[in-house]
Design a protein around this ligand. Structure first.
Ligand code: G6P
Length: 608
């Protein structure tokens, strides 16, 4: 989703600002632009539909030029189609003010009418353009004051960066609802939508909160509240390395990130298993709450929602605790029966997903207790929750979640055991699960070593137009995640069904042109799933099975079998995840698509 960066300082090269912007490409976008002040403090800007590379081509002559201040943007269209005019930055009538914005201004129509009545001339269809004209209207020689006066009139969500030709050594930023992080070194001060562009400059950053503004100048910043009072904030140290966010010789980030799964798992598990018991230091103060709650509700979106489903099956299987899982966009509009004895588990890789955040805010208003399960240190979700458990995957750049999914699963398994044992005491059966969890990085390392088999299988299936993923019990979330991965990066119509539901409708779709991807580990539901797969075979559907190693019976009814190592029944979602990811990856790559940047999708969806 939209990304913003800004740099102010000495000898900032235009190309350098666009390099920083490129680090936000992974968020998803359809146009890009930059505004900066020239040596004579005139405002220059360039905007282009399409990739940042196209903007770079357009600006070849200017890339080496230096400036003192620049803001840049990747746009994911909401109001108005993706084109050069609607791309950011947006400029006021005097050609002195430039604005980049991430979010949605809900009252933009009213503001636009009022501003037009006052003589302002609009050129785009965007909601953002009103911000530029509003600031122009409020400007009396002090940009910070003009921005402050303007943002209090805005309804909706925003992270904005603003520059003014008459104040050539500063950027004013403000935040409500959309992520914004700032940082500095001796040469420059920077703003960005997330930490990745900042990592080459500093690891110590500040996350702005809603209702905060900041003025960035060379090597320093000041933060204010809406009343103009100074706000003192502590910096957050980010231990991600810059190289973690680079491709490191792989063709795509997605492939690199799948291959990083064993290492990410090691980090997720590190110091959380001690003497065969589970330990979450960050939840020590939360133990009493864990004993007192009588219900768990999981709120999440996309892949994180699928991780939540695995958690539900796991906890319900091992205890008498009820776990409800809901997609955040539904959760927040239900008549929620949440109270102080409800534990809300908010799962989000980015910690910035607007629907999940709104769900959490609603649950907190009803006194629910919230634990965030998150990857990004300091993200909005972790700040607004009562406790945060990090999955420690490092930066994930591919839009399709991969290593963060396996790390989420690992952490959620441990968290499930932790919650259950806090309430009911330790059960000997958990020891076996812990033992297998401990070995999981090596197990997955071993399976990834044979990942070429997935490419061969993908070659045989890449041209089908439809896919049906099926599974039972804990394999249902795996089927759902498999279908999501395939559709989001290969644009194949892939759906997921509980295997037992096939005969209640979807089986009507099946024929020799409609492959079934069966998630069929040798678990307690094996024979039930097998019957459903055989029903699909009887309709001539080609079947790929994801099954337990040495299970030759599966070979009797499947066209292709992909084997995974034998593990405890409850852990198959984790050991199978890299395979469904690799299958989707290879299909996408073989079709000549870019799995890292799927059309229409954003990595972190910061609007509702
Ligand atoms: C977007 C991404 C998905 C992701 C979902 C939830 O839709 O494209 O890959 O699973 O958001 O993101 P979160 O950061 O909350 O886990």
């Amino acid at each position: 989703m939209c990304g913003i960066v800004g740099m102010v300082g000495a000898d900032v090269k235009i190309g350098e600002v666009l390099d920083a912007l490129k680090k936000l490409e992974y968020r998803g976008y359809d146009s890009a632009g930059i505004a900066y002040l020239s040596a004579h403090n005139t405002l220059n800007y360039h905007k282009k539909k399409g990739r940042i590379d196209e903007l770079l081509d357009l600006m070849q002559e200017t890339l080496k030029e230096k400036t003192q201040v620049a803001i840049a943007h990747t746009r994911w269209a909401t109001h108005g189609e993706p084109n050069d005019v609607n791309a950011h930055p947006h400029i006021d009538c005097t050609n002195k003010i430039a604005v980049v914005h991430n979010g949605i201004i809900e009252n933009y129509s009213d503001l636009r009418e009022r501003l037009i009545a006052r003589g302002h001339v609009f050129v785009s269809e965007t909601d953002t353009e009103v911000i530029a004209h509003l600031i122009e209207d409020n400007y009396r020689g002090d940009l910070l004051e003009a921005v402050r006066r303007s943002i209090v009139q805005l309804d909706g969500a925003y992270a904005v960066g603003v520059i003014h030709a008459d104040e050539p050594r500063r950027i004013v930023v403000a935040r409500k609802g959309s992520p914004l992080v700032i940082g500095k070194n001796e040469r420059v001060s920077m703003l960005a939508s997330d930490v990745t562009p900042l990592l080459s400059y500093t690891r110590n950053v500040i996350f702005l909160e809603d209702g905060e503004l900041a003025v960035l100048e060379k090597g320093r910043y000041r933060i204010f509240d809406l009343q103009g009072n100074d706000v003192v904030k502590t910096t957050v140290h980010i231990d991600w390395k810059e190289a973690d966010a680079e491709k490191g010789g792989y063709k795509h980030y997605m492939l690199k990130e799948i291959m990083e799964e064993p290492e990410a798992l090691r980090k997720a598990l590190a110091d959380r298993i001690k003497e065969d018991r589970v330990y979450f230091e960050e939840l020590e103060k939360f133990k009493k709450t864990l004993r007192e709650v009588n219900r768990i509700m999981v709120v999440a979106c996309g892949t994180s929602y699928h991780a939540g489903l695995v958690f539900k099956y796991f906890v319900e299987w091992l205890s008498d605790l009820d776990v409800e899982v809901d997609v955040a966009s539904e959760f927040r509009y239900r008549n929620l029966h949440v109270n102080e004895r409800t534990l809300i588990l908010a799962i989000s890789q980015s910690g910035e997903t607007a629907d999940t955040l709104q769900g959490v805010r609603l649950a907190k208003r009803k006194e629910g207790k919230v634990i965030a399960v998150c990857n990004v240190v300091g993200s909005t979700l972790t700040r607004e929750s009562d406790a945060a458990v990090y999955i420690r995957s490092g930066p994930e750049i591919g839009v399709a979640a991969t290593k963060t999914y396996t790390s989420q699963l690992a952490v959620l398994y441990l968290l499930g055991l932790y919650i259950i044992s806090e309430r009911y005491g330790w059960n000997k059966e958990f020891g076996e699960l812990i033992y297998q969890m401990r070995n999981m990085p090596e197990v997955i390392e071993g399976t990834l070593a044979h990942s070429n088999q997935l490419r061969e299988v993908a070659t045989r299936y890449k041209d089908y137009l439809h896919f049906m993923y099926i599974g039972r019990g804990m394999s249902v979330p795996t089927a759902m995640e498999g279908a999501l991965k395939l559709k989001e990066i290969s644009y194949i119509n892939a759906t997921a069904y509980q295997a037992g539901e096939l005969k209640h409708g979807p089986i009507a779709l099946l024929d020799e042109q409609f492959p079934v991807f069966a998630i069929i580990p040798r678990d307690r539901l094996f024979y039930k799933t097998k019957s459903n797969v055989i029903e699909a075979v009887a309709r001539n559907a080609p079947v790929i099975s994801l099954a337990t190693e040495r299970d030759e019976e599966v070979g009797e009814f499947s066209k292709d079998v992909i084997y995974v190592p034998k593990v405890n029944d409850l852990l198959y979602p984790l050991v199978m995840a890299p395979y469904i990811q690799l299958f989707a990856y290879h299909v996408s790559d073989l079709k000549g698509l870019d799995p890292d940047k799927p059309r229409n999708l954003a990595k972190s969806v910061t609007v509702e």
